[in-house]
Structure formats: structure tokens, C-alpha cells
Design a binder for this molecule. Sequence first.
Ligand code: PMM
Length: 304
Amino acid sequence: MTVDRDTRAIDATNKSYLNVRFVSMMDLPEAPERLRIVGILNVTPDSFSDGGRWLTPRDAVSQGVHMHAEGADLIDVGGESTRPGAFRVSEDEELRRILPVVRALRQAGVPVSVDTTRSRVARSSLEAGATMINDVSGGTADPGMASAVMEAGCPWILMHNRGSSATMQALAEYTDVVEEVADELSRRIDAALAAGVAAEQIVIDPGLGFAKRPPHNWKLLARIERLTSLGFPVLIGASRKSFLGRLLADGQGNTRPVLQREDATTAITTYAALAGVWGVRVHDVRASADAALAAAAIGTAQAG
Ligand code: PMM
């Protein structure tokens, strides 16, 4: 198979690749010798940290360009909040929010990932130039998602979750969270492979905060090698999440406000880099990009 990445046309077997950008891990920005940084860009009114901040395409695009300049390898654009209890938006509304941003970021030369659980949104985003699909349902929300990413050949983040945003917190019951998340992710990987998705397309994510309580998140971080040993790149999304707010609570038990959880986020980025994780999904790109570089420098010095 030959791939013409500029025209997006593909001289493929008999698959319907035409007009769909064929991307693979190789198409991600030049593999850095460090942890990858995925910058978060929620074009939603209600995401817990940046909700409502980048509502106009213009603001969203300038924030995406800014994060890219600060060291983000990809910008993850989301048009629907995934926080527990969030209301679902229609597909059309999700597309209306994200497509202009995806197109403009691509035009600005910024690699884009799209945070969606819907195959129609994924397909349209890939046609608009997205490089990667970030699916917080791990492929379970929409049976058409596997064929959408298979046809595009793009990287696909399979995140661990249980239930929906309405039910996930009630499903945060585990006997051994690390083994259960590893098993459930393995099943999602098997389903993706059975649907024809290539192993090279798959990235896995423990889904911190999704059907997980704080001790579950800490256990998953502590034993992250159980997930890296599955043989797929691992992405971690800890940025500003409520388990960090609880960790940093004041003497009265008030959780640390969202925007004051950055240093703890950066500590987790450093840990992730040293633990062989592939990437982190963060709001404050500069701090995590610097931490990733410092960790990589230590790694280089150890090797030399
Ligand atoms: N967390 C959120 C949204 N999307 N995607 C992946 N792959 N991993 C995550 O941990 C994750 C995600 C929720 O955080 P946000 O509201 O700040 O985007």
C-alpha cells in the first residue's frame, strides 16, 4: 500500500480510504525522545477545568497554537464534557463545536487529536485533518468506532471506563483495581484487533477518575508497569483531577481549587516519564513539557 499523505488520497487495496487521511503512529509528530505531551482543549461550556474558556473557535485555536508552541505534541480537542453527571450533547452540536477548531489547527500546522466516543464525529474529524482519536469509552460507546479508526489507520486511545458519565461513579468497585483495569483493557484491545484495527494504532489509558475513586487512581499510578507491560503505549490523564484536589486539601478538608493543582500534575508527569509511559494529557503544557525533558535528560545520562 502506498500512502500520499499530502493529498490524502490513498492507493490502497480495495478499502474505502479515499478522502480519509491515512495516519499511523509514524504520522504523529517526529517521535520525541521523551514523554509525549497532549494538550487539552475542551470547546465545551462545562468541562471541569477549562469549560467555557475556549468557546469561540478563535479563542480555542489560539489556545491550541499556544499549547503547541509550549511543547504539546498534539492538541486534544473535545466537544463534549465527560465529567461524571455531564449532560450529553447532540452529535451535530459536538461537530459544530469541534470541526472549525480541528480545521484551523491543522491549517496552522498543529497536530490534532479528537476526544469523542462517536464514530460519525471521529470520521468527520479525521476528514478535517485530525491525526488521532481519543475515545474515553474504549470503543464501547459506538460499535462503528472500530471501523472508523481501522479505515483511517489512525492511532486510537482506548481509555478504561465503566458505564457512562451518569453511572460511572457507582461502578467504581474493585477487588484489585490494577488487575481488573488491565483485564478490561485487554478485552478492549482484543475487540479492536478482532475488528481489524492494527496493533500499532492502539494506545491504552487507565482512565484516572473514570469509575475510579482516589485510592484506585493512586494504585493504578503506583503499578503503572502492569499496563505498560501489556505492550501498548500508555497515556495518562491526571491533570488537575479531583483526586489531586483531595490530596492537597487544606486542614478543613476543602479540596484544593482546580487551578492550584498544577505542581502535583507536574509531579505525576515526571513520574510517568520515568516509568516508561508514552504520554500525558495535560492542561498546562509548559510545566509538563519541561518535566518530560528533564526526565529524558536523566534517562540519557543513565544510558550513557
Ligand atoms: N480525562 C478527561 C477527558 N478525556 N481522555 C483520556 N484519554 N484520558 C483521560 O484521563 C481523560 C480524557 C477528563 O478531563 P478534562 O475534562 O479536563 O478533559
